[in-house]
Design a protein around this ligand. Structure first.
Ligand SMILES: [Ca+2]
Length: 187
Protein backbone atom coordinates (compact mmCIF):
# COMPACT_ATOMS: atom_id res chain seq x y z
CA UNK A 1 0.00 0.00 0.00
CA UNK A 2 1.34 3.42 -0.93
CA UNK A 3 1.22 5.98 1.83
CA UNK A 4 -0.43 9.25 1.04
CA UNK A 5 1.42 12.10 2.79
CA UNK A 6 -1.45 14.55 2.21
CA UNK A 7 -4.01 12.19 3.75
CA UNK A 8 -1.73 11.49 6.72
CA UNK A 9 -1.17 15.22 7.21
CA UNK A 10 -4.90 15.92 7.17
CA UNK A 11 -5.56 13.15 9.72
CA UNK A 12 -2.81 14.55 11.95
CA UNK A 13 -4.27 18.06 11.60
CA UNK A 14 -7.69 16.75 12.62
CA UNK A 15 -6.19 14.99 15.63
CA UNK A 16 -4.39 18.17 16.69
CA UNK A 17 -7.47 20.36 16.47
CA UNK A 18 -10.19 19.28 18.90
CA UNK A 19 -13.53 20.13 17.32
CA UNK A 20 -16.93 20.47 18.88
CA UNK A 21 -20.34 20.99 17.37
CA UNK A 22 -22.87 23.35 18.84
CA UNK A 23 -21.22 24.51 22.04
CA UNK A 24 -17.91 24.89 23.85
CA UNK A 25 -18.14 25.07 27.63
CA UNK A 26 -14.60 25.43 29.02
CA UNK A 27 -15.48 23.86 32.37
CA UNK A 28 -16.49 20.68 30.49
CA UNK A 29 -14.64 20.79 27.18
CA UNK A 30 -11.34 22.35 28.30
CA UNK A 31 -9.68 25.71 27.80
CA UNK A 32 -10.12 27.21 24.36
CA UNK A 33 -6.79 27.35 22.49
CA UNK A 34 -4.43 30.22 23.26
CA UNK A 35 -2.56 29.54 19.98
CA UNK A 36 -3.79 31.81 17.19
CA UNK A 37 -2.26 29.48 14.57
CA UNK A 38 -4.14 26.46 15.98
CA UNK A 39 -7.46 27.78 17.29
CA UNK A 40 -10.08 25.53 18.83
CA UNK A 41 -12.78 24.59 16.31
CA UNK A 42 -16.50 25.01 16.85
CA UNK A 43 -18.72 23.60 14.13
CA UNK A 44 -21.74 25.89 13.98
CA UNK A 45 -25.12 24.14 14.01
CA UNK A 46 -28.64 25.45 13.46
CA UNK A 47 -29.90 27.46 16.44
CA UNK A 48 -27.94 28.34 19.58
CA UNK A 49 -24.19 27.72 19.76
CA UNK A 50 -23.02 28.55 23.27
CA UNK A 51 -19.44 29.36 24.19
CA UNK A 52 -18.83 29.82 27.92
CA UNK A 53 -15.34 30.37 29.22
CA UNK A 54 -12.91 32.68 30.90
CA UNK A 55 -9.93 34.73 29.81
CA UNK A 56 -7.55 37.27 31.30
CA UNK A 57 -4.47 36.80 33.50
CA UNK A 58 -2.53 35.84 30.37
CA UNK A 59 -5.18 33.44 28.99
CA UNK A 60 -6.21 34.31 25.43
CA UNK A 61 -8.91 32.35 23.61
CA UNK A 62 -8.75 31.71 19.86
CA UNK A 63 -11.86 30.05 18.46
CA UNK A 64 -12.45 29.02 14.88
CA UNK A 65 -16.07 29.00 13.71
CA UNK A 66 -16.99 26.85 10.72
CA UNK A 67 -20.36 27.89 9.29
CA UNK A 68 -21.69 25.18 6.94
CA UNK A 69 -23.48 25.85 3.67
CA UNK A 70 -27.10 26.77 4.28
CA UNK A 71 -26.53 28.49 7.64
CA UNK A 72 -25.54 31.99 8.64
CA UNK A 73 -24.74 33.56 12.01
CA UNK A 74 -27.42 36.20 12.54
CA UNK A 75 -26.38 37.31 16.04
CA UNK A 76 -23.66 36.99 18.66
CA UNK A 77 -25.41 37.50 21.98
CA UNK A 78 -23.54 38.11 25.22
CA UNK A 79 -25.00 35.66 27.75
CA UNK A 80 -22.53 35.97 30.64
CA UNK A 81 -19.92 38.45 31.82
CA UNK A 82 -18.21 38.66 35.19
CA UNK A 83 -14.99 39.97 36.66
CA UNK A 84 -13.82 42.49 34.08
CA UNK A 85 -15.07 45.84 32.84
CA UNK A 86 -14.85 45.49 29.06
CA UNK A 87 -13.06 42.85 26.98
CA UNK A 88 -11.90 42.60 23.38
CA UNK A 89 -13.17 40.39 20.59
CA UNK A 90 -11.63 40.49 17.10
CA UNK A 91 -12.72 38.59 13.98
CA UNK A 92 -10.86 37.46 10.89
CA UNK A 93 -11.94 35.37 7.93
CA UNK A 94 -10.03 32.09 7.69
CA UNK A 95 -9.01 29.11 9.81
CA UNK A 96 -6.27 30.86 11.84
CA UNK A 97 -5.66 34.32 13.23
CA UNK A 98 -2.93 35.92 11.12
CA UNK A 99 -1.76 38.69 13.43
CA UNK A 100 -0.27 38.61 16.93
CA UNK A 101 -1.94 40.51 19.79
CA UNK A 102 0.95 43.00 19.91
CA UNK A 103 1.19 43.43 16.14
CA UNK A 104 -2.49 43.68 15.22
CA UNK A 105 -3.85 46.82 13.61
CA UNK A 106 -7.57 47.35 12.96
CA UNK A 107 -6.99 47.08 9.21
CA UNK A 108 -5.92 43.44 9.62
CA UNK A 109 -9.26 42.53 11.14
CA UNK A 110 -12.62 41.84 9.56
CA UNK A 111 -14.15 43.47 12.62
CA UNK A 112 -13.84 43.91 16.37
CA UNK A 113 -15.48 45.44 19.40
CA UNK A 114 -15.31 45.69 23.17
CA UNK A 115 -18.00 43.97 25.21
CA UNK A 116 -18.94 43.76 28.87
CA UNK A 117 -21.81 43.94 31.30
CA UNK A 118 -23.46 46.69 29.26
CA UNK A 119 -23.90 44.18 26.42
CA UNK A 120 -25.53 41.40 28.43
CA UNK A 121 -28.41 39.80 26.50
CA UNK A 122 -27.69 41.92 23.46
CA UNK A 123 -26.28 41.23 20.00
CA UNK A 124 -22.70 42.47 19.43
CA UNK A 125 -22.41 41.27 15.80
CA UNK A 126 -23.32 44.73 14.39
CA UNK A 127 -20.69 46.37 16.63
CA UNK A 128 -18.05 43.83 15.47
CA UNK A 129 -19.01 44.48 11.83
CA UNK A 130 -18.64 48.24 12.36
CA UNK A 131 -15.27 48.23 14.20
CA UNK A 132 -13.48 51.48 13.33
CA UNK A 133 -10.70 51.04 10.76
CA UNK A 134 -11.41 47.33 10.23
CA UNK A 135 -12.26 45.77 6.86
CA UNK A 136 -15.89 45.63 7.96
CA UNK A 137 -18.81 43.57 6.72
CA UNK A 138 -22.57 43.56 6.66
CA UNK A 139 -24.12 40.96 9.03
CA UNK A 140 -25.05 38.13 8.93
CA UNK A 141 -21.87 36.04 8.75
CA UNK A 142 -22.16 33.76 5.75
CA UNK A 143 -20.85 30.19 5.32
CA UNK A 144 -17.11 29.74 5.65
CA UNK A 145 -14.41 29.71 8.29
CA UNK A 146 -13.86 32.59 10.69
CA UNK A 147 -11.57 32.92 13.68
CA UNK A 148 -12.20 34.90 16.86
CA UNK A 149 -9.53 36.47 19.06
CA UNK A 150 -10.89 36.91 22.58
CA UNK A 151 -8.73 38.84 25.00
CA UNK A 152 -8.96 40.42 28.43
CA UNK A 153 -5.80 42.23 29.51
CA UNK A 154 -6.76 42.46 33.20
CA UNK A 155 -7.61 39.67 35.63
CA UNK A 156 -9.57 36.50 34.99
CA UNK A 157 -12.95 37.31 33.49
CA UNK A 158 -15.85 35.01 32.68
CA UNK A 159 -17.78 35.35 29.44
CA UNK A 160 -20.55 33.67 27.54
CA UNK A 161 -21.41 34.16 23.88
CA UNK A 162 -24.26 32.62 21.94
CA UNK A 163 -23.70 32.34 18.19
CA UNK A 164 -27.21 32.19 16.77
CA UNK A 165 -27.32 30.36 13.44
CA UNK A 166 -30.34 30.62 11.15
CA UNK A 167 -31.03 29.06 7.74
CA UNK A 168 -29.70 31.13 4.84
CA UNK A 169 -32.66 32.62 2.88
CA UNK A 170 -32.41 30.24 -0.11
CA UNK A 171 -32.10 27.22 2.17
CA UNK A 172 -35.05 28.39 4.30
CA UNK A 173 -37.16 28.34 1.12
CA UNK A 174 -35.90 24.85 0.30
CA UNK A 175 -36.74 23.66 3.84
CA UNK A 176 -40.24 25.09 3.38
CA UNK A 177 -40.63 23.25 0.08
CA UNK A 178 -39.46 20.04 1.78
CA UNK A 179 -42.06 20.44 4.51
CA UNK A 180 -44.76 21.07 1.89
CA UNK A 181 -43.76 17.94 0.00
CA UNK A 182 -43.79 15.87 3.20
CA UNK A 183 -47.21 17.29 4.07
CA UNK A 184 -48.60 16.29 0.68
CA UNK A 185 -47.17 12.78 1.00
CA UNK A 186 -48.90 12.32 4.35
CA UNK A 187 -52.33 13.11 2.89
CA1 LIG B 1 -9.96 30.44 28.23
Amino acid sequence: MRSNPAAIASVLALAATPALAGSWIESTNGDISGNRLSPSLLNITLGDNHVIGSFGSGDLDYLRLDIPAGLQIAAINVTEYSGGSVSFVGLQAGTTFSVSPSGASPGALLGYTLFGNANLNSNILPAIAGGSGALGFTPPLNPGSFTLWLQETAGTTGYGLNFVAVPAPGFAALLGLGALTLGRRRR
